[in-house]
Design a binder for this molecule. Structure first.
Ligand SMILES: [Zn+2]
Length: 120
């Protein structure tokens, strides 16, 4: 396999640490993808969840070659450049399908909540 040395599968940059799942929002830089994901954080003060966005640069190896809109799994690795210490380790699919799945989950959650409100 003709891959680069920073590839987490074929290269020497072993991944370790936290794994995140996010969506590729940019692949403008060679072998680098900007990956973004949303996190729900409970804010005690307001007694509700707040959405926070996290954006990181991750190494995009040739053997994975993730495109904009792809949902990817990324993992922490050693520092690959000044702003890059993540690498894509797996491509999970397209954002569209992923979003549909997520919105279905959210809708069923909403329905549960509505039913709860009705019964109280
Ligand atoms: Zn590779």
């Amino acid at each position: 396999m003709n891959c680069d040395k920073n590839c987490p599968i074929h290269g020497t940059a072993r991944t370790h640490g936290k794994i995140f799942t996010g969506t590729v929002v940019s692949t403008k830089m060679t072998k680098t993808a900007t990956v973004e994901w949303q996190k729900l954080r409970y804010v005690q003060k307001y007694e509700r969840y707040a959405k926070t966005r996290t954006k990181v640069k991750a190494h995009n190896p040739q053997c994975i070659n993730a495109q904009k809109g792809d949902v990817v799994k990324i993992q922490e690795t050693r520092k690959l450049s000044r702003t890059k210490n993540f690498a894509i380790i797996e491509k999970l699919g397209k954002q569209k399908l992923f979003e549909e799945k997520q919105s279905r989950i959210e809708q069923s959650k909403k329905r549960e909540k509505e039913e709860e409100n009705e019964s109280s």
